[in-house]
Design a protein around this ligand. Structure first.
Ligand code: GDP
Ligand code: IMO
Ligand code: MG
Length: 427
């Protein structure tokens, strides 16, 4: 079976936890887009891991972990992540890196910061990892790919073509140009270190499909951060939808069997941009503290708001979500004023979708329904029927307004703190 895990909101929904949990049945775990802007937290017992570039299947020696062609990879940071994992005893792993994935170079990081400062009040609030500038070079056909990085002659040629253009851009932004020899020598060394992992991952994945392997595609970011369908321009520079998986992994669309939407029981967002259900008050602060809502990558406080089902329905529409995993449900325990947004009011109209323009989206007011709170500790519950009635009402409201079944409920960060209603990842 081939299963896609997608974020159904603005990222940080708990994709890492679900990937690790479902991944126990996977033969292959694939990251197909984004880069180290992602921060996927996994708790195994008392041990906490925060993965950025490496797939969440890395802890299981039987799983083939793939960084596919649609990713942008910072070789220095990827190696650091691997070395940190090794230092923590994760030495026995399988890793495959696409020779077609793009390389995040030092000028991408400088340009990311440079463009953000230039935008002033209109900054996106990026992770400053060089993601946007790297994808821009890919589209502009001046990118450097992993296949080039591991080949000394190729790397020399592509860097010589690209660096003068990038140095002009740096100078335009008032930044210092970079030295060819210094970058070449540093990066060729990373290339040599990564070379044993590099291959044609599309070929590998198609062989795995032919062998009927269980493959899990671990989405990064969230649907509302999609370059095409998200709250543009406050988005990332790739598409974190199920539809993007085939092109970003080099497999045919017909091989995707099931899509699990990962959905926080409330909503969070990092960075700038519209957020209709945002709670800029004590309740928002309370949820932030209870849910430890601080960015994994940048440690920024996450913006917090009520669950927005217009967003989840939109994610369902663009990715074809078959099941929902409802995450951080325990955080809502004891929150007395519980609400869910089921539509927006735009002027005198009621709408059930996301407007394309920022101006219109900024004018949307949430239409809420109120729900009964619960006070019982639910962290130890493992069976749906044992949940308090108010919890079941919350879940059934989500099912009613989205038409998607909530098949997984997460009541704590640890692997085992999970209620399973349906086995969504069968062999
Ligand atoms: P991702 O980017 O989608 O993988 O999500 P992050 O790892 O960035 O953020 C999710 C955060 O919530 C992490 O700190 C997780 O450890 C934590 N988490 C995941 N599921 C639960 C849950 O059910 N309850 C609580 N309290 N924390 C959770
Ligand atoms: P995971 O996989 C939350 C946000 C940034 C910023 C915007 C653009 O952990 O869910 P970028 O650096 O990508 O150009 O930033 O996108 N962003 C994320 N927010 N979770 C993520 O990943 C994110 N990756 C990018 O905060 O608003
Ligand atoms: Mg995250």
């Amino acid at each position: 079976m081939r299963l896609v895990v997608v974020g159904s909101q603005w990222g940080d929904e708990g994709k890492g936890k679900v990937t690790d949990f479902l991944g126990q049945k996977a033969d292959v775990v694939v990251r197909s887009q984004g880069g180290n802007n992602a921060g996927h937290t996994i708790m195994i017992g008392n041990e906490k891991f925060a993965l950025q570039t490496i797939p969440s299947g890395i802890f299981n020696p039987h799983i083939k972990n793939v960084l596919a062609n649609g990713m942008v990879i910072n070789p220095k940071e990827a190696l650091k992540e691997l070395n940190n994992l090794k230092a923590r005893g994760i030495k026995d792993f399988q890793l495959y890196i696409s020779n077609r994935a793009h390389v995040i170079m030092p000028y991408h990081i400088l340009l990311d910061g440079g463009y953000e400062s230039l935008k002033g009040d209109h900054k996106i609030g990026t992770t400053k990892k060089g993601i946007g500038p790297c994808y821009a070079d890919k589209v502009n056909r001046i990118g450097i790919r992993i296949g080039d990085l591991i080949d000394k002659e190729s790397f020399k040629e592509v860097l010589a073509n690209t660096l003068p253009i990038k140095n002009m851009e740096l100078k335009m932004l008032g930044l210092e140009p970079l030295d060819f020899d210094q970058i070449y020598n540093e990066y060729i060394a990373y290339g040599q270190e990564l070379a044993p992992y590099v291959c044609d991952t599309s070929y590998l994945l198609n062989e795995e499909i032919a062998n009927d392997a269980n493959i899990l595609f671990e989405g990064a970011q969230g649907s509302m951060l999609c370059l095409d369908h998200g709250s543009y321009p406050y988005v990332t520079s790739s598409s974190p939808t199920a539809a993007s998986v085939p092109v970003n992994a080099g497999i045919a669309p017909k091989y995707i069997d099931h899509c699990v939407g990962i959905c926080k029981a409330y909503t969070t967002r990092v960075g700038e941009g519209p957020f209709p259900t945002e709670l800029k008050n004590d309740l928002g602060n309370l949820i932030r503290e209870k849910g430890h809502e601080y960015g994994t990558v940048t440690h920024r406080p996450r913006r917090v708001g009520y669950l927005d089902l217009v967003v989840v329905n939109y994610a369902k529409r663009i990715s074809g979500i078959d099941s929902l995993a409802l995450m951080l449900f325990d955080v809502l325990t004891g929150i007395d004023e519980l609400k869910i947004c089921v539509g927006y009011k735009l002027g005198d109209k009621e709408i059930n979708t996301i407007p394309a323009t920022l101006r219109e989206y900024a004018k949307c007011e949430p239409i809420y329904i109120s729900l009964k709170p619960w006070h019982e500790d639910i962290a130890d519950i493992r069976e749906y029927n044992k949940l308090p009635q108010a919890c079941k009402d919350y879940i059934e409201t989500i099912e009613k307004y989205t038409g998607i079944s909530v098949d997984i409920i997460s009541v704590g960060p640890e692997r085992t703190e999970t209620i399973i209603r349906k086995d969504v990842f069968k062999k």
